[in-house]
Design a protein around this ligand. Structure first.
Ligand code: HEC
Length: 305
């Protein structure tokens, strides 16, 4: 082979480049992140999980829940909201600039907006539109402010109040990001579901509360216990509707794994606020069609159960 060394170098360069892009660069970017000290509350975010919840994470892993559930809330990151905060001294210039940005406005409407800042000029615009509008308006002496709009189907579905960021996973090993969403995202499950009984029932048979659910059943995370004549049922026994209930004299008791898994599910929440993903005021909770949607505002940083 005449060009052996060259070929070797080429293959080496290809592997090296992908190692730099895939391993080294991300490590330099986020590899050094540390827990976030929140002085007011005297805690470090993310909060540590209880021992039971940590064991539950292993059950989650062993049962392959991550094959159907992601733990990552996404959003449309490049949409910004542009607010005119100050029109400057030259109103005529500002109006002219504004009418270039917002061609739908006539002179009167534009003047009205310019005279009464702050005014939202673009509710959710792409990066280039935001840049261009900023340039036009600042050249005319006005001042504008742009903020990232937290939008996207995940937030509309109520899966979180913001996208997840790398800090949310600092304590997780491994991280169950998941790839396919056959079921809902679970990154914030603990914020929307706090009912242990409901979660245990879901694991026993998802169709009890949602007929037709395609989530698999996990009956082996429960044991059947036969009651002796006259024996009182255990307080831990699952309360099941009659069509799912075992025959009389038998009760369904969650195993330790089931309890650990539920403790883990309850501990899932990533809704502490960070400057990079600060949720917008509620008037911004609007999708592309301009429809308003409810965004529940929840207290943040409630210690994990
Ligand atoms: C084959 C895919 C699949 C697997 C595996 C799976 N699920 Fe699900 N899961 C679903 C689907 C589909 C739904 C939505 C329907 C429903 O709520 O029953 C769901 C719903 C849920 C919900 C309710 C979420 C909500 O926001 O209401 C929870 C909690 C849940 N799954 C937990 C788990 C856990 C824990 C495991 C592992 C033991 C698991 N799932 C494994 C498909 C799956």
């Amino acid at each position: 082979m005449k060009h052996g060394p060259l070929l070797f170098l080429g293959v080496f360069a290809a592997f090296f480049a992908s190692w730099v892009a895939g391993v080294l660069a991300p490590h330099l970017q986020i590899g050094g992140q540390s827990l976030v000290q929140i002085d007011d509350l005297g805690i470090q975010y993310p909060l540590d999980r209880t021992g039971e919840a940590k064991q539950g994470a292993q059950v989650y892993r062993a049962q392959g829940c991550h094959y159907c559930h992601t733990q990552q809330v996404l959003q449309e990151p490049l949409l910004s909201r542009l607010t005119l905060t100050d029109a400057g001294t030259n109103i005529t210039d500002a109006v002219a600039a504004l009418r270039k940005v917002r061609r739908d406005l006539d002179a009167d409407a534009a003047t009205e907006l310019v005279r009464h800042p702050p005014q939202v000029i673009l509710a959710h615009a792409g990066a280039s539109a935001t840049d261009q509008a900023t340039r036009l308006l600042t050249n005319a002496g006005a001042r504008v402010e742009s903020t990232i709009a937290n939008l996207g189907p995940d937030l509309r579905r109520g899966w979180g109040t913001r996208r997840t960021v790398s800090r949310d996973y600092l304590r997780d090993q491994p991280v169950f990001l998941g790839q396919i969403r056959l079921g809902p995202d679970l990154a914030n499950l603990g914020a929307r579901q706090t009912n242990t009984t409901w979660l245990l029932r879901k694991l026993y048979n998802a169709r009890i509360d949602l007929p037709g659910s395609t989530m698999p059943r996990y009956p082996y995370l429960f044991t059947e216990r036969r009651l002796r004549p006259g024996q009182a049922p255990s307080p831990d026994a699952l309360a099941l509707p009659s069509e799912f209930a075992p025959p009389a004299g038998i009760e369904i008791i969650p195993t330790r794994e089931a309890r650990q898994l539920v403790a883990y599910l309850l501990s899932l929440r990533s809704d502490a606020l960070f400057y990079e993903v600060f949720p917008p005021p509620t008037d911004q909770c609007r999708d592309k069609t301009g429809r308003d949607h409810e965004r529940p505002v929840r207290p943040n940083l409630v210690p994990r159960p």
